[in-house]
Write a protein that binds this ligand. Structure first.
Ligand SMILES: Nc1ncnc2c1ncn2[C@@H]1O[C@H](COP(=O)(O)OP(=O)(O)O)[C@@H](O)[C@H]1O
Ligand SMILES: [Mg+2]
Length: 262
């Protein structure tokens, strides 16, 4: 894993204690329902993600990808197993303030950008900041910085329905980054984009993870998009069946340009 971080470009710098895990999951189990409706969505997931890691999660529909992301994002509580996020044990002893950790440590990106339709691009990005108590000039500056970083600054005053799909997704990414999360969880963020835009989003996530040391987990079905990632995690029926290192995108950028992809 390359931990090279250009701290000069610390637009989003997640201050990562050396050696700390972004995420450490141990034997995570998730059961939904009971009796006849019982579904064991996760059957013992072990996963370590370090700051700056850029992982893809793949696998058939129903294999547990979304369940895993929502557990790692502290939205869903696991039925069993251990979870550490940003160096903090979550379900071990005294329950920490989950809402706060979720707000400060994690950023979610979904398939549909899910922007609030009656807020402008700028206001959509401002929202998580004000929820975290960041206001005034500091918040305004942060929004401007993020929209510039995502190359949608000139769209700041527009409403979601005035933006293209790709622009909406970039605003959604800006929103996810607002509170400098150490972890970005993206659930099929490129599914509604054409291949070029989808690739652009993957490269952007790659860059964010590299420049800021943000750990990024992205669920995708598209094999054309995984050249950028460090590792592919293949899920099947609630288990991780394969972890395949991809060499962190450096190799991918050089290896067979335009050649046959897998
Ligand atoms: N809220 C829920 N209630 C009951 N079953 C669920 C719920 N969410 C997911 N499941 C079930 O858990 C399994 C894994 O689903 P999911 O995590 O959404 O998989 P994926 O994202 O890989 O398609 C599926 O069998 C699904 O039907
Ligand atoms: Mg899913």
């Amino acid at each position: 894993m390359s931990m090279t971080q250009q701290s000069g470009n610390a637009v989003l710098s997640a201050e990562s204690e050396a050696g700390a895990f972004a995420i450490r999951a141990e034997r995570l189990v998730k059961v939904y329902g009971a009796g006849l409706t019982r579904v064991e969505a996760l059957k013992g997931i072990d996963l370590v993600v370090r700051p700056g890691d850029f992982f893809a999660i793949m696998g058939p529909s129903g294999s547990g990808k979304t369940t895993l992301l929502t557990i790692l994002g502290l939205v869903t509580e696991p039925t069993a197993g251990g979870l550490e996020v940003g160096g903090r044990e979550i379900y071990g002893g005294r329950m920490p303030d989950l809402a706060r950790i979720r707000r400060e440590e994690t950023g979610f990106i979904f398939q549909a950008p899910n922007l609030i339709p009656f807020l402008t691009a700028k206001e959509n990005v401002l929202l998580p900041l004000s929820l975290a108590g960041v206001r005034g000039k500091r918040a305004q500056d942060r929004v401007a910085e993020l929209l510039t970083y995502l190359e949608v600054a000139e769209r700041a005053e527009l409403y979601p329905n005035q933006l293209s799909g790709g622009e909406q997704q970039r605003v959604a990414i800006a929103r996810a980054l607002a509170n400098t999360p150490r972890i970005i969880l993206a659930d099929e963020p490129t599914a509604s984009l054409d291949t070029d835009r989808a690739l652009a989003v993957m490269r952007l996530l790659r860059r964010i993870s590299r420049e800021n040391g943000t750990a990024v987990l992205v669920v995708t079905h598209d094999h054309r998009l995984i050249g950028e990632v460090d590792q592919v995690i293949e899920m099947e029926d609630g288990r991780i069946v394969l972890k395949e290192s991809k060499g962190g995108g450096d190799a991918a950028q050089q290896a067979n340009p335009g050649g046959s992809d897998s």
